[in-house]
Design a binder for this molecule. Structure first.
Ligand code: PLP
Length: 412
């Protein structure tokens, strides 16, 4: 029996590999940044331009953010060895919750170990039998899991399809739902598409529904003041519940949050399971996030956002000119569509050998046959970084195409 189990696990791994779906983890021996030191399989370390981090504002390796983390650890220790409600709440937790709520324009905020936990824990305490959640089909895995853990009726609409969303709203109302929540990513991470929050909030008003937005790929850099997708779509104040992360633009350490009206946050403190039954955030993590929010909110944040925007435009232009198939958009996520998983992996490997670090994405992260290299810009990239990387993309593509001619697919 036990042997069967281990044989089955090994078989599944072999299947994944045979389909070209294995996701290798490359070891980085430097800080996160536009240029990183990457350790190769043969043990050599190479310098590479990094185009696959969520380091939108370039703050993940920022010495001020790292020092704020170190200072918080010196002042408040490594951690509390407690969940928040027993003996785990320190001043720095309250400070970060207040800074988050104030920055994003909410009454209050509550911290989680990750946005994954925030999404996993936000639905179940607030909604139950007799309620309905209408979820975009491309929502992040953590929203899908969070919705599954909740007793509310589940409804789904195809990504960005407003007519289908309206049908679901009608059906939920006709079914007598007590509370209806529309749940959507603010930005869909595999495409960089920004949710149509203008239309979504208008529909929510018409059908008396609440709106929950997961703004992990927006907070800190999208819209006015970097306040996210609602600011970008000019519907600030209309999103009832916002979930987000400190693990991307806001310093890149880790940690998540839910921002909402006070009673909503209070009920989550009393009932959200990943909050109640998991350790308080480490002070270092809070210190890093506080420093990052400070930078993002201020004048420097404006500069960084301007630079990020310019970088995204320049990068899109360079790859389009070179004939790459991009998902159109304005977000610093710029997906290069390749189709087959193996091609995405091969091109990524070829690029690394030419000093550009990117990752191929394939099933189950994206649908089968839609493998891609998702490039992501950072405010920390210089125009020289972009030009070098664009040149490497062209050369790597030529090399991969040349190899596939001499070694036709399926023959190797
Ligand atoms: C990254 C991401 C998460 C998870 O954030 P963590 O803080 O790393 O757990 C959740 N939702 C979306 C849309 C994301 O992009």
């Amino acid at each position: 029996m036990r042997n069967d189990f281990y044989t089955r696990i090994a078989g599944e791994l072999a299947d994944i590999d045979a389909q070209g779906l294995t996701k290798p983890e490359r070891v980085i021996s430097s800080r996160q940044g536009p240029v990183v030191q990457v350790r190769l399989a043969d043990g050599r370390t190479v310098e590479a331009l990094n185009f696959c981090a969520n380091n939108y504002l370039g703050l993940a390796g920022d010495p001020r953010v790292a020092e704020a983390a170190a200072q918080a650890a010196r002042d408040a220790g490594a951690g509390m060895a407690s969940v928040r409600f027993i003996c785990g709440t320190q001043a720095i937790h309250k400070e970060l919750e207040a800074a988050t709520a104030d920055y994003l324009g909410y009454e209050d905020a509550i911290l989680f170990a990750a946005a994954f936990d925030a999404n996993g824990g936000v639905f179940e305490p607030l909604l139950g039998e007799g309620d309905a959640i209408i979820s975009d089909s491309l929502n992040h895995a953590s929203i899908i899991d969070g919705v599954r853990l909740c007793k509310a009726e589940r409804r789904r609409f195809p990504n960005g399809d407003m007519a289908a969303l309206e049908d679901e709203l009608k059906a939920a109302r006709a079914g007598g739902a007590r509370t209806i929540v529309i749940a959507t990513d603010g930005v869909f991470s595999m495409d960089g598409h920004i949710a149509k929050l203008g239309e979504i909030t208008a529909l929510a008003d018409r059908y008396d529904a609440l709106v929950l937005v997961d703004d992990c790929h927006a907070t800190g850099f999208l819209g006015d003041g970097g306040r996210g997708s609602a600011a970008y779509r000019k519907v600030e104040g209309r999103i009832d519940i916002l979930t987000g992360t400190y693990g991307k633009a806001l310093g890149g350490a880790m940690g998540g949050f839910v921002a909402a009206k006070k009673p909503v946050v209070e009920l989550l403190r009393q009932r959200a399971r990943p909050y109640l039954f998991s350790n308080a955030l480490a002070p270092a993590v809070c210190g890093a996030a506080l420093a990052a929010i400070d930078i993002a909110r201020g004048l420097e944040g404006e500069d960084l956002r301007g630079h990020l925007k310019t970088n995204a435009i320049r990068w899109r232009g360079a790859l389009e000119d070179a004939g790459f198939d991009l998902v159109p958009g304005e977000h610093p996520i710029v997906p290069v569509m390749l189709g087959e998983a193996r091609l995405a992996q091969d091109l990524a490997a070829e690029l690394l050998s030419r000093g550009v670090f990117v990752t191929g994405f394939s099933f189950p992260v994206v649908p089968r046959g839609q493998a891609r290299i998702r490039t992501q810009l950072s405010a920390a990239h210089t125009s020289e970084h972009l030009d070098l990387a664009a040149k490497a993309f062209v050369e790597a593509r030529d090399a991969v195409v040349e190899r596939s001619k001499s070694q036709p697919v399926g023959v190797a």
